[in-house]
Every structure is written in structure tokens, then in C-alpha cells.
Design a protein around this ligand. Structure first.
Ligand SMILES: C[S@@+](CC[C@H](N)C(=O)[O-])C[C@H]1O[C@@H](n2cnc3c(N)ncnc32)[C@H](O)[C@@H]1O
Length: 250
């Protein structure tokens, strides 16, 4: 006997960068409607920031939360990924599919916007590799860089600015080229890299063009208009550096 259960839908939901009021109405509605949520965790007993943000807007008591482990390692695209990472993605995809194939929708709250350095796309790629017909909807969210830009009242790009977004996870020469080439640069994941970055920006005469925003919109938010003050500090992972070389009149 065959059953004709329509598979459920996976929703990758951007919940914004931290301030629960920056979660969209659509994100809140979709998460409210889905009974099963994915909570990505870097460590076994770690916390999911996206889950924390989502629960500030949507009740979690009635939800089944699937705590799935996504190792926090550098992913170099186009290369073979580490076995540990591939295994974790496959396990996560299998758990999610076990619900989808029963006709259950699954919501995956993810920090900021799903399209920008989010583990959600590793899950999606693995899931679609095994189940090409998997039904998926992506709900965009407000990015951390948009919130940081708003917080310091400075645009990300204006006029003929050419902007680069950098995950601050590669060698100094490539970063030097980017900093030399682009008019505005957004550096993410800088929390353990500030000593090198400040040295490089000093060398290029750009230190005074940079501002660092730590935990934007969260408790303990900090803004460093003099980024030398970050040196020697244990910065939070949620830190973004905005660099603008040019003003409107010079
Ligand atoms: C894995 S990426 C996720 C980006 C996210 N998907 C987005 O749309 O902004 C994590 C990086 O985002 C930035 N970030 C996330 N939340 C932040 C916040 N509240 N304040 C400052 N930076 C934040 C930091 O640079 C952090 O290292």
C-alpha cells in the first residue's frame, strides 16, 4: 500500500541580527506556524543565538526544537570539506528530512539573513543533494551589517561606492588588496583578528575610517570609533567592522 503524503516544507527564516524588533512580521508568522524548529549549535551544549532571538517574538513552548550540531569551522568553497563537517551536515539533513517526509513543515531560524554566511545553506545544499524535490522557502532577514550601519548612521554604500563584504577569514595579502581596491569594506567575523587588522589598516592609513560594532542591538552593545581600543580585548563573535574611505564631499 502506498501513502500519498505531500512532503512538508523547509523554511529558512532570517530572524535579524539580535534586536527582536528587527525580526520581520513574515519571519514571526512563519515561525509561529511551524511546529518543528531547527536550532543550529556549534558545540554539543552550546546556545543558538537565532533561537534566542526567535523566542523573544514567538512562543517556543509548543515547539519541537531539533538541536542539530553544525561545527564552527572555516569552510573553503570549491574544496573537499572535512569529514567531520560533511558528516554533521548529512546528519542534520537526515533529521530534517525525517520530518519533511512525514508531511511536517520545519522552520530554521537563522541569524540575520539566511543568504549571508549562514549554516542554513549548508543544510539546504545537503538536503537538496539527497532529495532534489525537497520543498523550500527562504524568508529574508535584516543583516547584521544593515543594523550596524543604521546604528552608526553611516551608509554601507553610496553614490559610486563599490562595496566588498569580507568574512575576515583569509590571508593578509588578499585583505590588503581588497582594502586597497574597494571604496567601502565590511569585515565580519573579526573578533580574533583585530590585532592584524589594525596593523594593516594603520599601514594603509585607514584606521580612522573604520568603526567596530560589537553585539549590535543586544545587551552590552559597544561601538568603537577608535578601533585601537579593541586591542587586548576579548571581543564577542558578534562584531562587525565597517570601513568607508570616502565622504560625500571628499
Ligand atoms: C555567520 S555570520 C552571520 C551573518 C548573518 N547571516 C547576517 O545576515 O548578518 C556571523 C557574523 O555576523 C556578524 N554579526 C552577527 N550579528 C551581529 C551583531 N548583533 N552585531 C555585530 N555583528 C554581528 C559578525 O561579524 C559575526 O561574526
Amino acid at each position: 500500500m502506498t501513502t500519498d503524503i505531500q512532503p512538508g516544507r523547509l523554511y529558512l527564516v532570517g530572524v535579524g541580527p539580535g534586536d527582536p524588533e528587527l525580526m520581520t512580521c513574515k519571519a514571526a508568522r512563519i515561525l509561529d506556524q511551524t511546529k518543528i524548529w531547527v536550532a543550529p549549535k556549534a558545540k554539543k551544549n552550546g546556545n543558538s543565538s537565532a533561537l534566542h532571538i526567535a523566542t523573544a517574538q514567538v512562543g517556543v513552548t509548543e515547539k519541537t526544537v531539533l538541536e542539530l550540531r553544525f561545527p564552527m569551522v572555516k569552510v573553503h568553497l570549491g574544496r573537499k570539506q572535512a569529514d567531520e563537517v560533511v558528516q554533521a551536515w548529512q546528519e542534520a539533513a537526515a533529521v530534517v528530512w525525517s520530518h519533511l517526509e512525514r508531511g511536517e513543515d520545519v522552520g530554521f531560524p537563522t541569524l540575520g539573513d539566511p543568504a549571508l554566511y549562514s549554516t542554513a545553506f549548508y543544510l539546504l545544499d545537503t538536503l537538496q543533494g539527497r532529495h532534489p524535490d525537497a520543498r523550500v522557502t527562504i524568508i529574508p532577514g535584516i543583516t547584521a551589517m544593515a543594523a550596524c550601519s543604521a546604528r552608526v548612521c553611516s551608509p554601507l554604500g553610496l553614490g559610486d561606492d563599490v562595496v566588498s563584504i569580507v568574512p575576515a577569514a583569509f590571508d593578509d595579502d588578499r585583505l590588503r588588496t581588497i582594502l586597497t581596491t574597494f571604496d567601502a569594506v565590511i569585515l565580519m567575523k573579526v573578533f580574533r583578528k583585530m590585532a592584524k587588522i589594525v596593523t594593516l589598516l594603520d599601514e594603509l592609513g585607514l584606521t580612522d575610517k573604520a568603526v567596530l560594532i560589537e553585539r549590535c542591538g543586544m545587551d552590552d552593545q559597544k561601538i568603537y570609533t577608535d578601533i585601537r581600543e579593541t586591542l587586548g580585548r576579548d571581543l564577542h563573535y558578534f562584531s562587525t567592522l565597517l570601513i568607508r574611505k570616502r565622504g560625500i564631499t571628499g
